[in-house]
Design a protein around this ligand. Sequence first.
Ligand code: 3PG
Length: 207
Amino acid sequence: MDIKQIMRSCPVMPVIVIEDLDTAVPLARALVAGGIKVLEVTLRTPVALDAVKAIADAVPDAIVGVGTVVRPEQFVQAKAAGAKFAVTPGLTPKLAAAAREAGMPLLPGVHTASEVIAAMEEGFDAMKLFPAEQAGGLGMLKALGGPLPQVLFCPTGGVSLESAPKLLALPNVGCVGGSWLCPKDAVKAGDWATITKLASEAAALRP
Ligand code: 3PG
């Protein structure tokens, strides 16, 4: 699957932070049960790559990827763990080259028109607008769609169930990202029913 197909497979890409490896598989199963199968596991914790591997092995219906990639070597590590895609908060020529070399579909982060153009120069036409709210949110995406209509965005950062519908209605938005599907307390408590409910609400944003 290329990155645009992955973006279109789910209206919301959950931004996942795994602190305890034992929660990775049940959390992934709870999200998939609610209809959210594209999962971005952020490389922010020591167990993140092990979590990706556990999900890739045990939850075949999930399309698991990695987020918060900031170092070139992480693409190869993520691929070895079973990640199908990667997300970065920003883009550098080194990261773009490393993703290409690893053959890893990448959703690079951008924040300005110049960064969008720089990412286009690296061959990307799908990007994460990050942090979306601070970048201008809905108004920014509408404005970028004028001169740069060929770019498909995944706005992430400050997006909620309430703000998502208007974003998803834009022609240049493929999906949105957000951490609201995986509240820390629910994950810690093993409250998978709550996670599945949040995932169902999110999946219903684009029936
Ligand atoms: C992140 O990378 O943490 C995302 O920006 C999540 O943002 P959110 O918590 O506002 O959804």
